[in-house]
Design a protein around this ligand. Structure first.
Ligand code: NAP
Length: 476
């Protein structure tokens, strides 16, 4: 269903599409297939919603967001189960995601009240300078399937806190999670038109409406660098404001002064999280040659303990890939690497036994001897493959780590303070984990450099993305 102007309704075309459980291949729902006309209706509703919502006080807006936080927490378990069915991640990690998603409502309920202005020294004695911050207007948001709840609240919460209205188009693989987020928004009493949802199996016409409709002041997109670049180019002709959270190709560097077992534990936890389908997932694991052996031994041992299966089962630690195309892409990268001389330590094939053939499961895979000739060395994998590369020198590994167009997340394991600080300063990435595999939270700015994006989500930076700065010069 679409949520437009405070009401649930079908698509203008009357058509719908099926939602598939990636662990079982079964249909778990049928949702309205929104059209460009529906997107235009939603933008019109958002324009109406904006005029009232932007005039609410920050304290009033904060109350609504706080209610949304409470409702999401009350519905945490149901939402997590739905996420596991629709997206495939194990229930425990789905619960973590719902918590992360709800945290954005809470954080921005608080930040709504901190969109301070400034009084500046003016150059003339009869002049006063005031700076205020105002909402940009109607926002159009596009989100991916890998984090189907939090990628929505990471945009909706700061936009609404700033006083903007919004239209969201979620990924076609995860419309049910998006609808549940909007049930929360509806039940929190957020006024009609302020937040609107278009689900669709055909994103291009919706994207076209978003970039071409003059009522949209800002586009915020999370997804691939390819689609983000295309949307940014088209949005430029109307000078729309842009926030882009795009792909990554994270280096994970383990120096010879690090504990190899601790680093391998970290690598196995963050690499296989969400079956490797995360923009901050390590994609190039650089290990100092003197500790390669113990590192690989622990990594292999931990990977051998991962249990693939339906995320609703208690013993499942790794879920399926999102669809068949993802399976093929991952397998292609692995076969290409092996064909070019990489050593396969574990995995390297699709999992089909015990009913797994009905879903899109790939065996957790460890490769060593990965080199720049291999596709996996250069492109985002988005799957459960850990490519390990040997290095000997700090300057060399820093140059290798930075030699990519991506710049989202990077990880460093070292016990030397000076080296940790050098890496933090010299790695050209927006997020650096130093002996830390989870440098994310609602209070922290998330985003990338270079082709990984523009702008930040979360933290106090996240609300600034939805605010214009206005200067007033007053003669007195
Ligand atoms: P994607 O193919 O770019 O899709 C992302 C969103 O864009 C989906 O809602 C998709 O709709 C929509 N879309 C696709 N083509 C479009 C078009 N022509 N016009 C308008 N919208 C269009 O990316 P994905 O494969 O779903 O997500 C994985 C990518 O997202 C990875 O590269 C990952 O690194 C990145 N990501 C980045 C972050 C971050 O914070 N930086 C977070 C999560 C994911 P459909 O679903 O209908 O195709």
């Amino acid at each position: 269903m679409l949520y437009i102007d405070g009401e649930w309704r079908g698509a203008a075309s009357g058509s719908s599409f099926e939602v598939i459980n990636p662990a079982t291949g079964e249909s778990i729902g049928d949702v309205a297939d929104g059209t460009r006309q529906d997107a235009a209706d939603a933008i019109l509703a958002a324009s109406g919603g904006f005029s009232g919502w932007s005039r609410f006080t920050a304290f009033e807006r904060a109350e609504y967001l706080y209610r949304a936080y409470q409702l999401m927490m009350e519905r945490k378990e149901a939402l997590a189960r739905l996420m596991t069915e629709e997206q495939g991640k194990p229930l425990k990690t789905a619960r973590n995601e719902v918590q992360y998603a709800a945290d954005f409502f809470l954080w921005y309920a608080e930040e709504a009240k901190r969109t301070y202005g400034d009084v500046l020294p003016a150059p003339r004695s009869d002049q006063r300078f005031l700076v205020i911050r105002q909402p940009v207007g109607v926002v159009a948001a596009i989100t991916p399937w890998n984090y189907p709840v939090s990628m929505i609240t990471r945009k909706v919460a700061p936009a609404l806190a700033a006083g903007c209205s919004i239209v969201v188009k979620p990924a076609e693989q995860t419309p049910l999670c998006a609808m549940e987020v909007f049930n929360v928004i509806h039940d929190a009493g957020i006024p009609a038109g302020v937040a609107n949802l278009i689900v669709t199996a055909d994103p291009a016409p919706i994207g076209a409406e978003f970039v071409e409709n003059p009522a949209v002041a800002k586009i915020t997109f999370t997804g691939s660098t390819e689609v983000g670049t295309m949307l940014a180019g088209r949005a430029a002709s109307q000078m729309k404001r842009l926030s882009l959270e795009l792909g990554g190709h994270a280096p994970f560097i383990v120096f010879d002064d690090a504990d190899p077992a601790y680093a391998a534990k970290g690598a196995s936890l963050v690499k296989f999280l969400n079956t490797g389908q995360a923009c901050i997932s390590p994609n190039r694991i650089y290990v100092h040659k003197t500790i390669m052996e113990p590192f690989l031994a622990v990594l292999e041992e931990r990977v051998s303990r991962l249990r693939a299966g339906n995320g609703l089962a208690d013993d499942t630690s790794i879920g399926p890939l999102v669809d068949h195309a993802a399976l093929e892409k991952v397998d292609h990268q692995v076969q290409d690497a092996v064909g070019h001389g990489a050593r396969l330590h574990s995995g390297g094939h699709r999992l089909t036994d015990g009913g797994l053939d009905r879903g899109f499961f790939y065996a957790p895979t460890v490769l060593s001897g990965v080199t720049p000739e291999m596709e996996i060395y250069n492109n985002e994998t988005f799957g459960p493959v850990a490519p390990v590369i040997s290095f000997t020198d700090e300057v060399e590994v820093l140059a290798l780590a930075n030699r990519t167009t991506y710049g989202l997340a990077a990880y460093v394991y070292t016990q030397q303070l000076g080296r940790a600080m050098r890496m933090f300063e010299e790695l050209n990435y927006g997020i650096i984990g130093v002996n830390d595999i989870n440098p994310t939270a609602a209070a922290a700015p998330f985003g990338g450099m270079k082709h990984s994006g523009v702008g930040r989500e979360g933290g106090r930076e996240g609300i600034a993305e939805y605010l214009e700065t206005k200067l007033g010069g007053f003669s007195v």
